[in-house]
Design a protein around this ligand. Sequence first.
Ligand SMILES: Nc1ncnc2c1ncn2[C@@H]1O[C@H](COP(=O)(O)OP(=O)(O)OP(=O)(O)O)[C@@H](O)[C@H]1O
Ligand SMILES: [Mg+2]
Length: 259
Amino acid sequence: MHTNGFALTKQNMNSTELTAAQPTNEIGGNGAEPLIRLSGVTKVFLTDEVETHALSGIHLDIREGEYISIAGPSGCGKTTLLSILGLLDSPSQGSYALKGHEVANLSFADRARVRNREIGFIFQSFNLIGDLSVFENVELPLTYRGMSAGDRKALVTEALERVGMAHRGKHLPSQLSGGQQQRVAVARALAGRPAILLADEPTGNLDSRNGEAVMQLLKELHQGGATICMVTHDERFAQHADRTVHLFDGQIVEDRMAA
Ligand SMILES: Nc1ncnc2c1ncn2[C@@H]1O[C@H](COP(=O)(O)OP(=O)(O)OP(=O)(O)O)[C@@H](O)[C@H]1O
Ligand SMILES: [Mg+2]
């Protein structure tokens, strides 16, 4: 199989998975090179001969340990940007360096493999699998890594404990409140110790109390060293981040550090 430098990362992660409390990134931790660097990224969608320029000339560096919120009006490209950062989609043009490795033009299979190891997703609609238990939902992404059952159990248990859901491992998602479901989704995102957590409107389907709880959880994860990039419409929650990037019409119009 084609390798592109991530083979090394794969070995490193296998050997550190159970010992390191945080992802071990050789690059990005010393301030020299960002964890993520997007350069001149564009995304054009073609539908019925209509071109939609969802992103135009995006330059964005994300350093290890940063907490970034992405804001902007509906249709400005926030979800498209997150999809590219999360290797769900690839740019039409431009470069994406993740831990110093170019990943913009990976094959579908390589993209999935890097995504599985390096990216943790939290969606607005939780996206838990209804007929799997809480434990199995969190375990699922780890099963694609060829990890032993014992290693998986240790990571799942640790992640569920971090979000306060270890006592609900045998429940089905439908037997949980919305806030609890989102905490399980956070555990699923965390369990593989990804390089970055990406969240798209994580409180969009929650009432304000549960929304607060999930945001508090993200804040604590950030304080524990996690790198987070979150789309939110909610100004209160955007203030939890130490940096806010404003998008308009597919372009970054403001990139501001918190006071
Ligand atoms: N798969 C697709 N095919 C065609 N056009 C798309 C596709 N995905 C997104 N778009 C278009 O790209 C633009 C950006 O969409 P995107 O979903 O990134 O916006 P957004 O900022 O997340 O909006 P919202 O706040 O409503 O979620 C929109 O004009 C949208 O219609
Ligand atoms: Mg969106």
